[in-house]
Design a protein around this ligand. Structure first.
Ligand code: ADP
Ligand code: ZN
Length: 517
């Protein structure tokens, strides 16, 4: 590792490795098959560039991002490293120069788009060029379930077999399914040395809040942070515009941003955000990909994100400079309904939809977490951690109570109403409110009518939300979001399981067992 350490400062100009880098570099230098999962911005490229310099021969880097390859090649060349790229963006002169350098055996790193692998000349060329290592960036592109599937990535496994050299794969996508698919397709199913590191962003304060009046909650949050750069993420385009107006009226400098805007206008917002210090951008998830602003001081979610991965990526845009940054994520029953129906209405195959529901459940579990939020978040990525002291739940540990009885009452109501009604109606039944609809269905004659008077409507809403979060009940997309029971609810209904609920999310506890518990 002495050479690696020396090159780290002489070529790359860094004093020290980042968390995880040293181990990964060590494994790759030793020629072991390696899978490294690191977050975006965690410093993956160094983990193959540095080994490429330490090792004899040529390292081929497969990457789907042409602009990124060009940047890296330029950066490496500027640092005196013999690197080249073969991409569709090359001029003929550039391509000729790469071929010439290859034939002289001068190149240390050759970047290549996956499409190149489809051409018959590529394998013989690489054989002649003395390749000793294959590095694969964005390795999740090999996953057919992923959003970034690249069919040509499936050829990489063949390439590895044909060349008989070690392979190092890199991705920021941590979920089990994708990881398993990478192992199958890139490593012929033989488990590589796997590293999962660096997901923690300790300077980012994590917080969730139940959405009661979202506009006021966002305005309160931004008022306390006036003059700081921040992003508010919204679930819909219309909302970005109305919320940007509200922020402007409250005296902030705020602009909306979404995929439906003219490209010129979008670029203008991106440019201003990059350059100005006090701007708030109110955006859909379309905003952020190309944003590389180190001093974003906060990120707020006016609506619940899609998944833990999405949440992590979006809050991760805050505090890249390492200075303290704040986040706030609002969530409510409407968000859960919205996200569930999005999944149910997608044209994806059933197993994909089931996986998306499970991903959403993980996020809801994080929203309703009962201890350190960062521990819960990192555990999702497979990283163990101590309680962080920098999240809302470490700041104020939530009070818990045994919610088994309440949940059992709610589940009975779901069943007695034939799994045909939404939370609103079920709550009317539980609290003994004989509305027209309740009478029309003669639900005022059910044994569960009025058995839940100890909680008010708000509190029952919170209980149902936590039940949805724990995936005990789900809205039925074919019946206008009527709640039905999942298998997980059966033991509770039978009296074989218990449920712990968070007291604080029951909001303003009046009298009754919630306040006393
Ligand atoms: P990604 O994991 O997203 O591919 P990069 O490899 O582009 O991340 O690295 C992100 C940033 O971190 C780059 O600006 C890079 O120069 C910087 N970086 C990587 N390793 C180190 C290090 N050991 N010390 C300081 N900066 C580093
Ligand atoms: Zn914590």
């Amino acid at each position: 590792m002495d050479t690696a350490q020396a090159l780290l400062s002489s070529v790359f100009g860094f004093d020290a490795f980042r968390p995880g880098q040293a181990e990964i570099v060590g494994a790759v230098v030793d020629g072991r098959d390696t899978l490294a999962i690191m977050p975006t911005g965690g410093g993956k490229s160094l983990c193959y560039q540095l080994p490429a310099l330490v090792r004899d021969g040529l390292t081929v880097v497969i990457s789907p991002l042409i602009a990124l390859m060009r940047d890296q090649v330029q950066g490496l060349q500027a640092a005196g490293v013999a690197a080249g790229a073969l991409t569709s963006g090359n001029t003929d002169e550039e391509t000729d120069a790469v071929f010439a350098a290859l034939s002289r055996g001068e190149l240390k790193l050759l970047y290549m788009a996956p499409e190149r692998l489809a051409s018959g000349g590529t394998l013989p060329l690489l054989r002649r060029s003395g390749v000793t290592l294959i590095a694969v960036d964005e390795a999740h592109c090999v996953s057919q379930w992923g959003h970034d599937f690249r069919p040509d990535y499936l050829r990489i496994g063949e390439l590895k077999r044909a060349l008989g050299v070690p392979l190092a794969a890199f991705t920021a996508t941590a979920d089990e399914e994708t990881r398993a698919e990478i192992v199958t397709r890139l490593f012929d199913g033989r488990q590589p040395d796997t590293f999962l590191r660096g997901f923690d962003r300790p300077n980012i304060h994590l917080a969730f809040a139940v959405k009661d009046s979202p506009r006021r909650q966002i305005l309160d949050f931004t008022r306390a942070r006036k003059g700081q750069s921040g992003i508010v993420y919204c679930g819909t385009r219309a909302k970005t515009e109305s919320l940007a107006r509200a922020l402007t009226e409250a005296g902030h400098l705020a602009l909306a941003y979404h995929g439906g805007m003219e490209p010129d206008l979008r670029r203008d917002v991106e440019r201003r955000f990059q350059q100005e210090d006090e701007l708030i951008v109110v955006a859909t998830v379309a905003f952020g990909m190309g944003i590389d602003k180190p001093d974003i001081r906060w990120v707020a979610h006016a609506d619940l994100p899609k998944s833990v991965e999405g949440y992590y990526q979006e809050i991760g845009r805050a505090g890249r400079d390492g200075a303290p940054a704040e986040t706030l994520t609002l969530f409510g029953p409407d968000d859960i309904r919205f996200r569930r129906s999005q999944i149910d209405e997608s044209p994806a195959p059933p197993e994909r939809r089931a996986a998306d529901h499970a991903r959403l459940n993980a996020l809801l579990g994080l929203a309703e977490a009962q201890h350190c939020r960062r521990q819960t978040l990192l555990a999702y990525f497979g990283e163990a951690a101590e309680p962080c002291g920098n999240c809302d739940l470490c700041d104020t540990p939530p009070a818990l109570f045994d919610g088994t009885t309440a949940v059992r009452k709610a589940l009975s109501a779901v069943l007695r109403c034939d799994e045909g009604f939404g939370a609103g109606h079920l709550i009317d039944v539980l609290t003994g409110k004989a509305t027209d609809k309740v009478r029309q269905w003669t639900h005022d004659r059910l044994s569960v009518f009025g058995v839940g008077r100890e909680y008010d409507k708000r509190q029952w809403n919170a209980i149902f939300r936590q039940m949805m979060g724990a995936d005990l009940v789900r809205p039925n997309p074919e019946r206008h979001g009527a709640l039905y029971m999942t298998e997980a609810a059966i033991p509770i209904l039978k009296g074989e399981g218990t449920v712990t609920l968070r007291k604080d999310t029951l909001a303003v506890a009046r009298k009754g067992p919630v306040a006393k518990a």
